[in-house]
Unconditional design. Structure first.
Ligand code: FMN
Length: 178
């Protein structure tokens, strides 16, 4: 299938983690992968708060779960919190002129780089968009005016089994103009 397709196929949302800490070097690699991600006007409008401490992680887990959602995060010992930064003037002017949300797009791309790097290092990830932003900012001492856009749960997966992807077909999602 090719190395690239193997990697993107092996990335899947992991919702069961082993009780095993993640090596700091692996998390640094994930941030290095995010670092080289493209962004509008090369603005790099991101900051990553890396939580790699069992005690703090359990507090983060409390901020990303409620009665129904994300209960599985209690087992997770590492998180990367994706914080939106202002970016540069050109990207902000462009976003305004073109009425596009480039910063969210940029953060999404960087987040996927993190997940793919983690996958390549035999780690499991789950991107989380459901969290208590206010509580999370308070816990991690993040400026009230900033936005946390995503949280990535990271850890060693309980199983290495890769699920079949449930996706729309190529025909459904694309139009070729030839
Ligand atoms: C922006 C975004 C937010 C998400 N939020 C959550 C979440 O809060 N909780 C969760 O369990 N999964 C969350 N997911 C994971 C998706 O459910 C998952 O990517 C999708 O169902 C496809 O499955 P896969 O990741 O295993 O391929 C989120 C994914 C994205 C991209």
């Amino acid at each position: 299938m090719g190395e690239f397709f193997n990697l993107i196929n092996n990335r899947q949302s992991c919702r069961k983690y082993l009780d095993k800490p993640v090596e700091k070097e692996k998390l640094i690699k994930c941030i290095e992968a995010a670092r080289v991600a493209p962004s509008a006007c090369n603005s790099q409008p991101w900051h990553f708060v890396v939580v790699n401490n069992k005690e703090i992680a359990s507090k983060v887990a409390m901020c990303v779960q409620d009665k129904v959602m994300n209960k599985f995060t209690s087992e997770c010992q590492s998180f990367i919190i994706v914080v939106e930064e202002n970016g540069n003037l050109t990207s902000r002017a462009g976003a305004l002129m073109k009425q596009q949300d480039y910063r969210s797009v940029d953060l999404g791309i960087a987040t996927e780089h993190i997940c793919l790097s983690a996958t390549q290092q035999d780690l499991g990830t789950c991107i989380l968009g459901w969290f208590n932003e206010k509580e999370l900012k308070k816990l991690l001492n993040i400026n009230k005016l900033k936005r946390i856009r995503l949280v990535v749960a990271i850890g060693y997966p309980e199983t290495n089994e890769i699920r079949q992807k449930t996706r729309k077909s190529v025909n459904e999602i694309s139009t070729f103009m030839e």
